[in-house]
Ligand binder design. Sequence first.
Ligand code: PLP
Length: 396
Amino acid sequence: MTSQNLDQFLESNISDLKEKGLYNEIDTLEGANGPEIIIEGKKLLNLSSNNYLGLATHQDLKDVAKQAIDSYGVGAGAVRTINGTLDLHIELEKKIAAFKGTEAAIAYQSGFNCNMAAISAVMDKNDAILSDALNHASIIDGCRLSKAKIIRYEHSDMADLRAKVEEATGSGAYNKVMVITDGVFSMDGDIAKLPEIVDIAEEFDLITYVDDAHGSGVTGDGAGTVKHFGLQKKVDFQMGTLSKAIGVIGGYVAGKQSLIDWLKVRSRPFLFSTAVSPADAAASTKAIDMLMKSTELNKKLWENGDYLKKGLKALGFAIGNSETPITPCIIGDEKQAQTFSKRLREEGVYAKAIVFPTVPQGTGRVRNMPTAAHTKEMLDRAIRIYEKIGKEMKLI
Ligand SMILES: *Cc1c(COP(=O)(O)O)cnc(C)c1O
């Protein structure tokens, strides 16, 4: 017999979540995650993916992935440090370093796993980490794993950051102090104040770590938020993911050679988890190569983002202060945000509601992620449906 204690735990916790309306039922896509998707046999306009440039379904990436399978097979066969390092992984790392303007880079199996790996390879219980209040879950978990003291500062509040840095460095209690932030914050689409953060870091000799999961492929003509501000020589860790704008799977840190050398001998997911498959590595390299050669997809993404924002704003929706194509439509009340999202879906638009605790109470919203793959016709259709539901629910 399996554990009754476990059964009790699961039953009481799952029913508790269901009662509170917090139990997430996951939708299944019947086909590719493109600008339009099929769920339960119904075609929906997709405004929920992180596939910013439409690369997840790009023909050139599919072609190189198939070639890689033909030449190398489907798996890397081992962890990187035994004999799972293929020339495809080295090419990918070289490409990432060139893309990010750094001496070197290390690739991991995912962005989440990269944050687990990289923070704890450098920081320990004698150190402190200043972390933006809205940082991603994987940053928070990576910081926890390091056992360093975690000091949260108010979101993008530079006065608060400075005060807490002064306190942490002045106390003499820590060997090393790191400041860590998302480059682009995914719920509001705002950009971290990297020039100020870097100034403070230089003044107090802090280690700087920027998670640019939502910036890569988007800001800085595609090269990310650090490039956007021209700070490639001043940020220690440029972390990113290959699974959002790049369209494939994987994560990475780009930085100076000595840092990458250290991560290759000390970061545990690199040492103890098998490398990404040949197809993944080849497709990611191809994607980055395309972004370095042409900004066409990047321009299209921003054009589409601006178009959707303008359309929703003209209708009278509150779209917040996004500085990127991420377009929140802030409804306020949590239940209304959920109803709004449900009605959008019934009318053919798939845009997820985001509510407390993911965002502050009373700022329930529907989050829209237009991509380079959307056509003007699709965006017009979305705006028309927004207008219809907005009027129906007396929100505009
Ligand atoms: C999505 C995300 C990650 C995780 O990346 P994956 O490659 O999907 O594991 C890490 N950090 C931030 C800020 C993210 O948005």
